[in-house]
Design a protein around this ligand. Structure first.
Ligand code: SF4
Ligand code: SF4
Length: 542
């Protein structure tokens, strides 16, 4: 812990001791114990890894390797494409066998550019120089660069580049999110139980970067083992920087704005960010990866994945290398049961259905949920909205879900934006309670995609118009420069002719000599003009 932070720990607390409630929400069956009976397991290495270059919210990362290259474990395969993009790294040592489109686990079901690596099973790391306790002597920007180069993104689901978040200033409180409120998912719970010390270490580094005065670790009251493990790690730390806030189990209390409201009693206003309240929120798994990056010089090449549900034989949490085919994870957990039904990435509320398991695990893959047929009673086509208002009651963001549904089904983009579609956190509470079984979140996701697409097209058309205008300006400039050159040349020739005439007359040369010279110069001018006319003609023809 740095000296500056230790001093700040003594400052007065600004967090209110009592807990508040957020609007709406649900109490759901948790099904957590399905996957918490066994410790986190390691996976056997696979023959091939498929690493997508788009695993974050920004633009696609730029490849730094080519087919045939030998890569070492942890080597950067692609650098960030923009500020909101993140680097991706080789999960194993081996050979790049292809860089091609492949289906990725995304809500769109579309393909994306991926690097294919054939494992050489040598597990040969690139050269690593861990900072260790030295990080205390590094400034924030050096540490942020390491975190950026390590490809670390928020592992709570947002996949927002962590180093960007950590540029915030005026942060009073680091809020570590260990809530994990969605049913079935237990990867953060197990991480806290088994690797509490490393989480505390990572949070300490983040605290150093953002110069936070305190770190509150929020954990739901249905995770007593995690609470005990984290408390023990805090006691060992002994700096007073950390404290645990146990909160009641309610969905979606793990949402960033909902959690802040529970703990501080303050609502982050629409269109504003938690940092405006002096709070920066990070997931516990993100803090763990920061620890690995600083103390072991390991980029983000693996994560804990909960493989669970009644459709998989041995539900369990496993540490999985990014790029591992999902079917290998399912096989590791005993394979599918006979009555398995749907494969979902994420939980039952916010996750999305996958139509194949031949997809790679990505940084956002917190859970592979395999449902059984009895979990999904066959539903007929949904019924019309009866305006019962139940969706409004449970919406934690105080939106009007039924209105959003109307506008989404009629593609009324303006009204959707007026009704704050983009504030929807896709928690699924509205769809869960809807008596007409309307898949409301699917409508919202589709509408958001549509609006993003329109925005992208508008930007692309602006860019193309600007490019055309710039091209025209360049042509005009070239034309003017050519004309200016010719004008100067003509002036020079005329001056030469005049000088020659003056000299002839001074030297008493005959008029016919002078006339001859003038004729030669006139011919030269005529030739230059003819060339210019020819050039203009060619240009027009182009
Ligand atoms: S819960 Fe369903 S039926 Fe009721 S108002 Fe909302 S969308 Fe309509
Ligand atoms: S999915 Fe969106 S609209 Fe529905 S309850 Fe959640 S935040 Fe509200």
């Amino acid at each position: 812990m740095t000296e500056s932070i230790k001093m700040k720990h003594n400052s007065a607390a600004t967090i209110t001791p009592h807990l508040s409630k957020f609007n709406g929400g649900l109490t759901l069956d948790a099904y957590k114990s399905l996957s918490t009976t066994k410790p986190i397991a390691d996976m056997e290495p696979c023959k091939q890894y498929i690493v997508p270059l788009q695993q974050h919210i920004g633009v696609i990362s730029q490849p730094m390797v080519k087919v045939g290259d030998r890569v070492l474990k942890g080597q950067m395969l692609a650098r960030p494409g923009d500020l909101l993009s993140a680097a991706v790294h080789a999960p194993v040592s081996g050979t790049v066998t292809d860089i091609a489109q492949h289906e990725v686990p995304h809500i769109s079901g579309l393909s994306d550019l991926c690097v294919f690596i054939e494992n050489d099973f040598k597990d040969e790391w690139q050269e690593r120089q861990p900072l260790g306790a030295e990080y205390n002597h590094k400034n924030s920007s050096d540490l942020r660069k390491i975190i950026r180069d390590s490809g670390i993104v928020g592992l709570g689901g947002a996949t927002f580049p962590s180093s960007v978040k950590q540029t915030e200033t005026d942060v009073n409180t680091l809020l570590l999110n260990g809530v994990e409120c969605e049913p079935y998912i237990t990867c953060d719970d197990m991480l806290m139980r088994e690797r509490a010390g490393e989480i505390i270490s990572g949070a300490d580094i983040i605290g150093h970067i953002i110069k936070a005065r305190r770190c509150i670790i929020a954990i739901e009251d249905n995770k007593p083992e995690a609470i005990a493990a984290m408390q023990s790690a805090i006691d060992q730390d002994g700096t007073g920087f950390f404290s645990i806030q146990v909160i009641p189990t309610k969905y979606p209390s793990g949402g960033e704005k909902q959690l802040i409201q529970i703990i501080t009693g303050k609502e982050v206003p629409k269109g504003h960010y938690p940092v405006e309240l002096g709070i920066l929120c990070h997931n516990v798994a993100t803090a763990y990866t920061v620890h690995r990056a600083i103390h072991h010089a390991e980029p983000l090449i693996s994560r804990i994945v909960t493989v669970t549900g009644h459709g998989v034989k041995k539900p369990q949490n496993i540490e999985v290398l990014i790029g591992t085919p999902m079917q290998a994870c399912i096989e590791h957990c005993g394979g599918y049961t006979e009555n398995s039904d749907e494969l979902i990435m994420g939980g039952p509320m916010m996750g999305f259905s996958l139509n194949t398991d031949a997809l790679p695990v990505v940084k956002a893959s917190n859970c592979l949920l395999v449902t059984a047929k009895e979990d999904n009673p066959h539903k007929e086509k949904h019924m019309p909205c009866i305006r019962c208002g139940k969706c409004v009651e449970v919406c934690p963001v105080r939106l009007l879900p039924q209105q959003l549904y109307w506008y989404a089904s009629s593609h009324n983009v303006d009204r959707l934006q007026e009704h704050n579609l983009f504030d929807c956190i896709e928690c699924g509470c509205c769809a869960y309670v809807c008596p007409s079984d309307i898949p409301l979140v699917q409508y919202y996701r589709h509408a958001k995609t549509l609006i993003w697409q329109q925005e992208r097209e508008r930007r692309a058309s602006d860019i193309s118009r600007e490019r055309h205008e710039a091209h025209q300006r360049r042509l005009e400039k070239i034309k003017q420069e050519r004309e200016e050159k010719l004008r100067k040349k003509r002036e020079l020739l005329k001056k030469k002719a005049d000088d020659a005439a003056a000299s002839d007359s001074e030297n008493g040369k005959s008029k016919s000599d002078t006339d001859n010279k003038r004729a030669v110069i006139a011919e030269a001018i005529a030739r230059a003009q003819a060339k210019k006319a020819e050039r203009n003609k060619n240009k027009e023809a182009e």
